[in-house]
Design a protein around this ligand. Sequence first.
Ligand code: ZN
Ligand code: ZN
Length: 479
Amino acid sequence: MKTFRVLLLLLLTVLLLPVRVASADEPTAETVTEIYSAEDMLKIPANPNGSYRLMCDLDLSGIEWPSFAFYGTFDGNGHMIINLNCPKVSEETRVTYDGNRKTYDTHFAGLFAILDHATVKNVRLLGLSLFHTVECDCFLGGIAGYATDSTIEGCEITGTIRLDVKGKMFGVGGIIGYGNAVIRNCHADVTLVNIDLDATTRDEEFLGGVCAAGYPDIEGCEIKLAGFLSDHGFVHSGGLVGMYIVYPKKFDRNGFIKNTVLNGFITFFEDNTNRRAYCKEDCGEVMDWEFHTSGNKFSFKRDERKTYNVNLMPHGDCKNPDMSESTVAPQCQTPGYTLHVCHTCGYTYSDNYVLPIHTLSETYETLTASTVEAEGLGEFTCTECGAKVRKAIPALTPTPMPAPKPTATPTVAPSSDKTDKQKDDSSSGSILPYLLPVIIGVPLGAIAAFAYRAYRKKQIRKKRAAQARRNRAKQNREQ
Ligand SMILES: [Zn+2]
Ligand SMILES: [Zn+2]
């Protein structure tokens, strides 16, 4: 009886197995997951080893972007991400090293808090406004707060990164905060602000247009930097790198900083009787000169202040601020935003970013056909720039009787007919794995049920015969 149940269970498992396999479509490290929405973006932390490709421009406003460690590949595919809102620094820490190679468990934030053997490429992080006030050791960077053995290439970062901090080891970088990475062909136009809130602790503070501290390799980048650094400790700041340090201990390497253009300034104070005041165009302090430089062009202003009671801020020097704002409309390939200008000093900044607006084709390719119950999904083409844009297609209105002709279907491109047909074909093809178990399963199940019933009947007959024997024996005894 027991063996019979086990057999039945096995049979059922075998029958159900193909259905489960067919429905499983979890992304693996090999497959590239396409990202079409903020919701898709929010699935990345669940599979931080995955490979991702951005398929359209994304507005992340209204989303709390988490700070997490990423080990995979993120391909921005030339698209922009606007209104990144990352309210918390990472809970996960990594070790950072100061100039004496003292270590600190440090927290991070950026588009990615931590990049570890990861690749980030071709993403445009526009109108960034990353602002954290923390009481811990912390580094911020546009693409990543921390990077190790990673590659960042073809990325663009514009906006402001600001860290107000009570800590001992902290800093702000335009592309990465702390670490080592190959940073190639990136553009940054950034305002970096780092304010030390704790005047009594002699902390280590870092700021760099590319990287606050570490040993990045930099090639073919264009950096525009406005740096503001207020510190009651030790300042390490540079147009490209705040402190160049090879860690955990010095080792031979062939690093490089080449073919990179820098335009910018760093305004800072170092409130410290034991002043170092590192601030240079390329690397503020160089601990270990293990890199080669060539083909760079620097235009840099070192602007040190000696008053320590007012924190240095963009537009802090304007005697008579007179701001006005105007709206810049979104174009096909540029976002819209509000531009703020000071009429006294010319200081400008922008906020309220909106996504580019494309002129959509009338026809589209049906990705999901709309039904009476649900809206569908179509892929339109921009008539100006050729961008592919996905948009919901309204649900069908119920067609009045007696003419169920396809008049209610929206205009469909000739190509989409083919696509629909292909889709139908593929869907009827793909239904086979689901039907097969039924085709095989139903007769097998019937046989199994029949066999089981026969087995039960036999058992009952046996039982009855035994009972009859016992009754007869009883009667015999009584006689
Ligand atoms: Zn002004
Ligand atoms: Zn367009």
